[in-house]
Design a protein around this ligand. Structure first.
Ligand SMILES: *Cc1c(COP(=O)(O)O)cnc(C)c1O
Length: 398
């Protein structure tokens, strides 16, 4: 059987690795050498677990969605990552990484953010641990996501608006890497998804794997079996999916479905469906699929959902798709929005736009009445209310 574990050199098949500037080589090597030992240290685990429980509010519920189940003629459970402190799964990872940074004696934290969700989660744990925090954010995103900027600043972070390139997420990552190059000794870079140079993708997947660990326990209690028939998650960089899939990777009977953002459609030229449209290349320290021109220029991605609007994909997700361990569906803005309004009315849950891409898979696939389908509800929709308000008329008249 194929292994979906990262190998010694940081690869999943052809994808992964650590392509970093020379000045960061020692940092990345050091992290690679210590991360497994630190993460597996019982004292580390005890502190991580305690914070997940008492600060984040874990375990997040596994909720049986009765009306959705009736509508689609199958058993649908929602894994409620939207109920976590700060409103999404991202806090699981930032707690893990800041504990590691503290153990490494680092004094200063940097992070990149697109929509601001990872920036808020990082600023939150920096306040908690009394650490200096600098967040890089594209200038375009700063304007679009003002309330998250205000939260980060209130939490004590310094938000730097990046004016280079298209002034969005990939430019923010580039600036954060520049900063890291200038301060390799005292600074720890908290990456927000299962992307970047090895060991980040594996480390982030391990922190997020608490999601599938809980799903197994919760399903055993509710259904008398640990394994569902399907797990569905959206993919931006691939961290919530990595977490929701992790403890099912080697269970070949559990079908794993990833929903990437098709934006206005695969053929529209305005899309963020990296697995459908990308080709092999190197982005932000790893070899993976990249949306790029034939001569290697990164193509600016588009999705209505800022959290899925990334021109790369984590190496694990690229490998799973290549090996057909996952089925990848490209969900359009329109499909995601339909899911938002329908789930809100049927279940009383306003999902994040990102999570709505996973929910929209229900309209694409047919399930058997006895199937157990778990959908990872990665975040809540508060941050998207402006979009929802503007589009309400178009999506709610019958
Ligand atoms: C950031 C974000 C995502 C996408 O990131 P992944 O690393 O792919 O999980 C998905 N959902 C929400 C709510 C997010 O904030």
């Amino acid at each position: 059987m194929k292994s979906f574990n990262v190998n010694q050199d940081g690869y999943y098949g052809r994808f992964g690795g650590a392509y970093v500037p020379e000045i960061l080589r020692a940092n990345v090597e050091n992290l690679k050498e210590i991360y497994l030992r630190e993460l597996n240290d019982p004292a580390f685990q005890a502190e991580f677990r305690e914070l997940l429980r008492d600060y984040v509010g874990r375990p997040s519920p596994l909720y049986y969605a009765r009306r959705l189940s009736e509508k689609y003629g199958t058993k649908i459970y929602l894994k409620r990552e939207d109920l976590n402190h700060t409103g999404a799964h991202k806090i699981n990872n930032t707690i893990g990484q800041i504990l590691l940074a503290r153990r490494m004696g680092k004094k200063r934290i940097i992070a990149e953010t697109g929509a601001g969700q990872h920036g808020v989660a990082t600023a939150t744990v920096c306040a908690l641990m009394n650490m200096e925090c600098v967040v890089y954010m594209g200038a375009t995103d700063v304007k679009r996501q003002l309330s998250n900027v205000e939260k980060m600043e209130m939490l004590g972070a310094k938000v730097i608006a990046v004016e280079s390139g298209n002034q969005t997420l990939k430019d923010a990552v580039n600036e954060a890497i520049q900063d890291w190059c200038s301060h390799p000794r005292d600074t720890y870079y908290i990456i927000g998804s299962a992307v970047g140079p090895h060991p980040y993708p594996d480390m982030v997947a391990r922190f997020q794997s608490v999601i599938s660990e809980e799903i197994r326990k919760q399903l055993l209690e509710k259904e008398g079996r640990e394994e569902p028939d399907y797990v569905i998650a959206c993919i931006g960089g691939g961290s919530n999916a990595a977490g929701a899939f992790y403890h099912f990777l080697d269970s070949s009977e559990v079908k794993l479905i990833a929903a990437e953002a098709a934006g206005k459609g695969l053929e529209s030229g305005e899309s963020a469906a990296t697995i459908h449209l990308g080709s092999e290349g190197i982005i932000h320290g790893s070899r993976t699929l990249v949306m790029q021109t034939p001569d290697g220029q990164v193509i600016e991605p588009y999705s209505i959902s800022a959290g899925l609007d990334y021109p790369g994909i984590g190496p694990l997700q690229a490998y799973m798709a290549q090996e057909k361990r996952s089925e990848v569906l490209a969900i359009t803005d329109d499909e995601a929005l339909r899911a938002v309004y329908s789930i809100t009315k049927m279940e009383g849950i306003i999902p994040a736009l990102e999570s709505a891409h996973a929910l929209a898979v229900l309209e694409r696939k047919t399930f058997q009445p006895g199937d157990i389908v778990v959908i990872n509800l990665s975040g809540r929709g508060d941050k998207d209310m402006q979009t929802y308000r503007q589009l309400k008329a178009a999506y709610t008249e019958q």
